[in-house]
Structure formats: C-alpha cells, structure tokens
Design a binder for this molecule. Structure first.
Ligand SMILES: NC(=O)c1ccc[n+]([C@@H]2O[C@H](COP(=O)([O-])OP(=O)(O)OC[C@H]3O[C@@H](n4cnc5c(N)ncnc54)[C@H](O)[C@@H]3O)[C@@H](O)[C@H]2O)c1
Length: 389
C-alpha cells in the first residue's frame, strides 16, 4: 500500500495556493499544517482548505505537525534560511522551495549542503518542467528532430530572477540540462527597482555558452512585448521548434512547413497550476522512495541560478565570466553598493510590493475576496487604495 505523506506549507500567500491545489490532487498526501507569521494569512488557508494546524513560526510547525513534505512559499531572500531550517526538522524528507532558488551562489550552495547533510530531497518549483509542451519538446530534441541544437532565444520581463529563472531553467530542461561554460551580460538599472524585496534591473541581456555549439540568448525587460517565460524559439542544424507550455510547432525537412505537434491535451488541461504541482510532488515522493533524482532538483536549479548571477557579474566586471564563478554574493547588490549603477530616478519601488500583506486593511481585502476577486488583484486594489488615501 502506498505510504501516506504529511505535508505543510510555509508562506500562506499567492503561490502557496498552487502547492495546495497540487497536494489536493494526490491521494497519498494530506496537508496537515501551515506556517505564516501573519494570522489572517494562515487563517485563510485553514478555513479554505480545512487545515487544522496553523503556526506563526516554522520551528513550532516542525515540532508539532511533524511533516514529511514542506512547501517553502516565502519571498526569494528567505528561501535559503527557511529551507535550511525546514531541512533540520526531524520528520522532513522532502522540500519543494519556490523559484528563484536563491539570490546568490552562497545561498544556493547552502541550501544544497544543508539538505544533503540532513538527508532531505530538495526540489525547486520550476513546475513548468512538467508541462506537456516542454516535455514533448525535450523528447523531439533528444530524438534528433532538429539536429544538433545551436541556439535558444529567450525573452522575459519583470526581472531576470523572477521570470528569467523559469525561462533559463526551461530551455536547459528541453535541451538536456546542459551546464554553462561562460556567460556575457549587460545590465541597466537607473531606477531603484525591486521585486518581492530583491533588487532587480530595469533591463538586461545575456549570452550563455554551453560548450559544443549551444548558446542561449536572453533579453529581459527590453522593449519586446511578445516576451513570455514559457515560450522559446530553438534552432538546430536540421530544424527549429516553437515551444510553449501547451503548444509545440516543429519545422524540419519532413514537417512540410511548420507542423503542430499533438500534445494529447485534454479539455481543462492547464498550462500551469495544480496539475504541474501535483506531478512535481509525485516525482519528489518517488525520489524519496529511492527513484531517480527529480527533474527539478536543487542541484539542477543551482546551475540556473549561476547563469543569472553570471549575467550580473559580467556586467559588474565588464568581462566574460567563466563558470563555475567565484563571486558567491548577489552581484547586482554589489554593483549597487559599489556605485556602478547610478540612479537617474530616485525612490525605491517594488513591482510586487502590493503582495506585502503585513500592513494592509485586512477587512477591505477580505471584502474583495468575498466578492470573488483573486488574491493578486485584491492585494493590488487594497494597496492602491492605501496609496491614494
Ligand atoms: N513557480 C511560480 O510560477 C511562482 C509564481 C508566483 C510566485 N512564485 C514564488 O513564490 C514565492 C512567494 O511569492 P508569493 O507571490 O506567493 O508571495 P506572497 O507575498 O503572496 O506570499 C508570501 C507569504 O509568506 C509569508 N511569510 C513571510 N515570511 C515568512 C516566514 N518567515 N515564515 C512563514 N511565512 C512567511 C507572508 O506573510 C506571505 O503570506 C516567491 O519567491 C515567488 O518568486 C513562484
């Protein structure tokens, strides 16, 4: 009989809902507890999902709920410390930590070291690795349908570490998880821009070389409105692929022009959501039970973090950065501290600042939620009302 797993969610905000939806689809997982310092946030999860245990701290949750699996759904700068604390929980066997894995290589390395030292399997939630479009694209590449892969074109926005992590990680997945050899990057930051508390750039681009003939080119927050973290154009010696989570097109000598690839999508299949979170959790459980390393393991995600950090480090040093890179802190923070990115517009702002629930009118937020307004929009509305009052 399949073992029953106890799960807990740390961080009762927006993406925790997708983790919850994933757990709800699995018969062998029961969500027994949540942890969040904000009482209304954890109470909302407890009420909505019938979860009996809610804690203000991770330590108390680990001690009292004794979970096997823990979702770490807090902002990026807390991923390393919260994951490390969770990994020391005596009952914990697996962690699903949100993307981006970590801000800087020291933090990413610490997560892997602490998890491995405690025998805990670490997955980073690049959940699009489980979409049908990306999985089929990976198969076609492995079957030689585009010959030798030469170039992946990635276009994202809303911050390299925010969307870029999905995109770089996704292209690596489709192309067999290559490890980069060198990176060259350019960064502009003339406004004091943050995303969920992490400094980000106004715009950037990077050329990433993987050895052999493979390169990625990524542009982020430039003037390309067709950008999307889930979309790639991949060119090889014998063909090309247009890849999305739910759409895949192949062009090669046999395709008679662009050919739509049947992904076997069923009605109601989502691009991302509970289905991908469930698949990600199931693969983690198989890994815990002795199966192969998850496709979304911390070790694989660490290589994606390194590419992003190397783009910043290249801009910082005006050099090509060979990997593994030496700098272990966040090169963008270092550049800011070193005065290398002078501001033209003063005033710190955060493009996801509206998610901060610590200082909102909770009754107004609840009112919007009761009227069926989604979490993001309700938070944004309450923050806008506060700013204008
Ligand atoms: N994989 C994806 O597609 C995807 C999508 C959205 C967000 N994310 C990631 O998820 C993470 C969370 O983003 P979000 O949008 O859900 O944020 P959010 O602000 O909606 O939720 C974060 C929650 O964490 C809580 N929290 C803060 N400190 C805590 C602590 N020490 N212990 C427990 N809880 C704590 C907050 O009170 C809040 O309720 C981010 O790193 C983000 O990049 C990933």
């Amino acid at each position: 009989m399949a073992k029953q797993y106890k799960a807990a969610i740390v961080g009762c905000g927006s993406i925790g809902q997708a983790h919850m939806q994933g757990y709800l689809r699995l018969g062998n997982v029961d969500v027994v507890a949540v942890a969040d310092p904000l009482e209304p946030a954890r109470q909302m999860y407890m009420d909505n999902y019938g979860i009996s245990q809610g804690y203000a701290t991770v330590a108390e949750m680990l001690e009292k709920a004794q979970p096997d699996l823990v979702s770490v759904c807090v902002w990026h700068l807390l991923h390393d410390t919260v994951s490390a604390e969770v990994a020391t929980g005596p009952s914990v066997k697996g962690i699903i930590c949100e993307k981006p894995m970590a801000i800087g290589m020291r933090r990413a390395n610490t997560m892997i070291e602490v998890c491995e030292a405690n025998g805990v399997k670490l997955v980073i939630s690049h959940q699009r690795r489980f979409t049908l479009g990306w999985q089929k694209a990976k198969e076609l590449v492995a079957d030689g349908k585009i010959g030798i892969p030469l170039r992946a074109d990635l276009r994202v926005r809303e911050g390299l570490v925010n969307w870029g992590t999905h995109s770089i990680d996704g292209a690596r997945f489709i192309l067999g998880d290559p490890v980069a050899e060198w990176v060259m990057g350019a960064v502009e930051r003339t406004t004091d821009k943050y995303e969920r508390g992490t400094a980000i750039e106004d715009s950037c681009l990077g050329l990433i070389h993987f050895g052999g003939s493979l390169q990625f080119f990524i542009q982020s927050d430039l003037w390309d409105r067709s950008c999307d973290a889930g979309k790639f154009f991949i060119r090889g010696t014998e063909g090309m692929l247009h890849v999305r989570e739910t759409v895949l097109k192949l062009f090669n000598a046999e395709s008679n022009g662009w050919m739509d690839i049947d992904l076997g999508l069923k009605e109601g299949d989502q691009a991302i959501g509970g289905n991908t979170n469930a698949a990600q959790t199931q693969e983690l459980i198989e890994w815990i039970e002795g199966g192969p390393e998850s496709r979304g393991s911390g070790r694989k995600a660490r290589d994606t973090v390194e590419v992003m950090m190397a783009i910043y480090e290249s801009a910082r040093r005006h050099q090509v950065i060979k990997l593994p890179m030496e700098e272990k802190e966040y090169p963008l923070d270092l550049m800011i501290a070193e005065g290398k990115l002078p501001l033209e517009v003063q005033g710190r702002y955060d493009i996801r600042g509206f998610l901060d629930r610590s200082n909102i009118d909770e009754s107004r937020y609840q009112q919007l939620r009761d009227n069926g307004i989604q979490h993001h929009q309700a938070m944004r509305t309450v923050h806008e009302e506060m700013m204008n009052s």
